[in-house]
Design a protein around this ligand. Sequence first.
Ligand code: G6P
Ligand code: MG
Length: 987
Amino acid sequence: MSENSRDTWRILEESIVPEKMADNEALFSLANGYLGIRGCFEEPACSWCRGTYLNGFYESHPITYGEKAYGYPEQSQTILNVADGRKINVWIDGEAFDILQGRVRKYHRELDLREGILVREIEWESPGKRIVKIRSERIVPMSRTHTALIRYEVTPVSSEMNLRIQSTLDGNVKNMRVNDDPRVGASLGPETLLYKRGVLSEERAELLARTRQSQLTLACGVRHQLQGAADVQVQCFSGSREVGVEISCKQGKGNTFRFDKFLSYSYRSISEEAQNLDHMREALDAACRDGFDQLKKEQFEYLNNFWEHSDVCIEGDVKMQQGLRFNLFHLLQAAGRHGRTSMPAKGLSGEGYEGHYFWDTEIYVLPLFIYTQPDIAQSLLEYRYSILDQARERAGDLSQKGALFPWRTINGRESSAYYPAGTAQYHIDADIVYGIKKFLQITGRFDFLPRAAEIAIETARMWHDLGEFIPRQGGAYCINGVTGPDEYTAIVNNNYYTNIMARENLVFSAEILENLRERDPAGYDELILRTKLKKDEPEQWKKAAGSMYLPYDQELGIHPQDDSFLNKKVWPLADTPFEKRPLLLHYHPLVIYRHQILKQADLVLALFLLGDQFSLAQKRRDFDYYDKLTTGDSSLSPCVQSVIAAEVGLEDLAYEYFRRTARIDLDNVNGNVRDGLHTAAMAGTWTSIVYGFAGMRDYNGKVSFQPHLPQQWKRLTFNLNIRRNLLEVAISHDEVAYTLKEGTSLDLYHEGYKHTVYQGSPLVFSIRPELKAVIFDLDGVITDSAEYHFQAWEQLCGELNIPFDREFNHNLRGVGRMQSLELLLDLVPERSYTEAEKVEFANRKNEYYKKLIARITPEDLLPGIADLLEELKDAGIMMALASASRNAPSIMQQLRIEDYFEVITDPGEVGKGKPDPEQFYLAAEMLRVPIRNCVGVEDAQAGVDAINSAGMFSIGVGEYLVQTDWKCDSTGELNLEKMREVFYGRT
Ligand code: G6P
Ligand code: MG
C-alpha cells in the first residue's frame, strides 16, 4: 500500500488472489446494522461464502448434548444466510463471464469509507478473446434499513457484443458449517429456510420464506432499472428457489450498458407475515423511486455526518489511520438499530459465533457509541431491556432471583452449550449495568432511566441472591462458582473482576432508584409496584456491596484473579510452540484450567473499568504480574492491555498492543477473518486511543485526560460527545488543545486539575516534559543517615554473630527495615527464628539507630543539599520525600528542612518498597505533577530502579549505580542548573 493519505479513506484490492477471496468477503462486506452482505462478487465464481444476513433473523435448533444436565439451554440460535441478492451472471456472445477462465487484464476494487460504497472494475478477456469491461457499485444504505443496491455496467471493449445477463435473488445458499472450531459453531439442518415464490414479473421478483422452528418470516424482493441500450429484452427468470430477470441486448463497442438493481429484505414473526411483505415492498419501491444516485447521495451525507462526529485522526501514520477508519466504519455497519438487536460478535460480515451477541457490546463497543453516536448506544441498551423477561426466566432456570442475561444469544435466550465458559460468566449482568451507568452519565439521556432502573433492580437481585456472607471468610460477601472474563480459567470462587463489578452493580442499583424517584416520581412508583420491590432490598444490596470479598495477596502485592488462581502452576508459555497456539484449539480445557494462564485480560480489565479503585502502583504490579500470563488468544485482550500499559507508563508496550488490534482484520492477524470481523477488538482500537493514549477516564461521569502521544505519531485528534457538548481533543507532542465545538461550557480535568472549556476559547496545555518536581530519597541523599543505618545493623549483627560488612551494606540501602533483616538472616540460612524474634531484632536495630540519629543537626545535611533545596524553592519547583524509613519525619525535623517539602510519603502506606515504583508514583500523585515532569534522586540501586520503573527521570548519587539517567559522585555536584541541563538535555 502506498503511503498516500487518500488511502486512509479506502481499502484497495489491485489483483485477484483466489486464496484471499474468502478473507476479502468479510473485509469488503457492507451492512447497515440490519442487512449485511459479504463482499463476494456479483458473479458466483471465486466465492467462499455468499453470505447475506439480517441482524436478528435466526433459526433455532436443538442443542445435542452427549450428557445433559438440568438447566442446560435446549435450543441454540444461528443467524441465517438468506437469499443472495447480489447475484448477476453475464454472457458475452454466448461466453460466460468467469474470472477463473480467460484472463483478467485489469482489476481494481475499493471500499470507500467516506462514501460507504464498494466499487469493482474489471477488464476481462474471454477464452474466445473477447474483451469486456465490467464495473459494479454496491451500497447498503445506512438510512434505509431494508435496502441494498447495485449499479452494474458492462462495456464491450473489443467489438460489438450480444449481452445476456441474469440478475436474480437466489435462495440456494446455505450457512457455513464448521464443527471443529468452537469460534464458528453452527449445526443447522440442510434446508433451514422454506422458500416460496412471491410476485414474479419483469417489474419485480420476490422470494418469501419461513423458518421451521423460530417462527419467523422473511420477504425479499428485487427490482431493476435499465439504462443505455436501444433494443433490450427483459424476461422473468425463475429457477428453483431463484427469481429475477434475464436481460438481452446488443451493445456496440465502447458503449456501456448499465442497470441498477434494488433489493429489499424484511423479517418479522410469522403472525405478521402480511405486514412484513408490505413492508418489504414499500422499502423496495421507495428505493426504486428515489433511484441509485439519490441513495448514493444520502449514503454520503450520512457518512459525512458520522465521520464529523466519530472520526479519529492520526497524523504521521497512514497504516494505523487506515486501520482505525476501517474499524470505525465496520462498527457503524455492525451495530443493531431500533432497539431490537445488538451487535453480533462478527458484525454482519460472517457466521462466526453464529451471529450471537455477547458482553462485547456493552464492555467493548458501547463506549465508542456513547461518545460519538449516542442514538446507537441507546438502541443497543434498549435491546437489552427488550430481553429482560427472558433474562428473568433464565435466572429462574438457575434457581436465582432477579434476571440473568444470557452469555450468548440472539432472541434473548441463552444459547451457550458450554456453561463453564458461557452461562457461568455471570459478570454479564454487571457488564450491562456498567454500560448503562456510563451511558446515563455521559449522554444525560434520562428518558432511558426507568428502563435502566428496571434492569438495575433485577440484576442487583440476582447478585444479592447469588452471593453469600461466608463466616470462614470473616463474614465477607463471596460469589462462588463463576467464570470471569478470562476463559482459560473456569468455575472459580471469588473471581476478582466479577466481585468488584458486582459490587459496582449493587451500589449503582441502589443509587439509580434514588435518581428515578427524584426525576420521575410517578415512574418510580409504577416501577416499584411492577417489580414488587421491597423497601429493604436496596439496603440489602448496599450491605452485600459493603462486605464484598476482594482478596489481596500480601506477599506478591497483587490481586489474585480468584481464590485458587495463585495456587496453580504457571503455564510454560515460552516452551509452547507456535503451532500449539491458540491454546484452546490444542489442549483440553481441563489442562488449561489447571494452570495460571489467561486467554484475555481479566483482573487487568477491572483495573481499567474501575480504575479509580486502584492506585497507580497497584495497577502496575497487577499489570506486570498478569501481562506475562496473558496469551491474547482472545482478540478482546490487547486493547485492554494497551490502555493499562499506557496508564502505568509502559508506552512502547501500549503501542505494541494497539498496533495488534488496529489492523486485526485488515491484516488478518488472527487468521480467521473469513468467518467475520472482530468487532470488539475493532472497537478496542478506539478505546486504546481515547482511554489509552489520550488517557481519558470518566469515573462517575467526571471526564479527565492524561494525554501522551505515541512517539510514532505527529498528532491525534478526536471528538467526544459529552452531555450534548461536542468536545474536540487534539494532542501533539508539545501540547493538547480542548475545543468545545458544540455546547456552551464543559468541565473537564487535565492532568488532575479541573478546568472549564467554553465555546470559542479552547484550552491549551503544554505536555512537553518540564522540570516541576524533585522527589528525594533521604538516607544517603539528604543526610548521611545511611551511615547510621550501617552502624546500627553492624551492632545487631555483632550481637547475633552474623557476618556483615560495608560491602554487603549496599544491598540494604533503600530497603525497608524488615526486609533488610531478612536479607541479613539469609546470610545464616542454617538458623531459624520465630516472627516474634525477628520483630525484636528489628526493634533493637531501630533503637540503636534512633540513638545515633538523635545527634543529627542541620550541620549534617550532605554537601550542596542546603543550597539545592533553597534554589529549588526559589524556582518554584516542588519537592517530595520518598524514603523507606519510618524515622524520616523526625530526621527531617532535626535537619530543619521539613518546610521545603510539599509531600513526605509515609512508608507505612506503601504496599511494596523499592525497587517497586510505588513510592515514587505515590509522591507524584500527591504532588499532582505528571510523572514526565518529575525527577527522582537516589543513592541506592533499589531506589534508582524504582524511579526508572515509574518512568521518571533518575539521578543517582554514587559511582556504583547503574541505569541512571544521570549520576554523580556526591551530592556536592547537585544544583538546579545541572539538574536542568541533564533533564532537558535527555534524548
Ligand atoms: C532507608 C534506608 C534503609 C532502611 C530503610 C528503613 O531506605 O536506606 O537502609 O532500612 O530506610 O528505615 P527505618 O528507619 O524505617 O528502619
Ligand atoms: Mg538512600
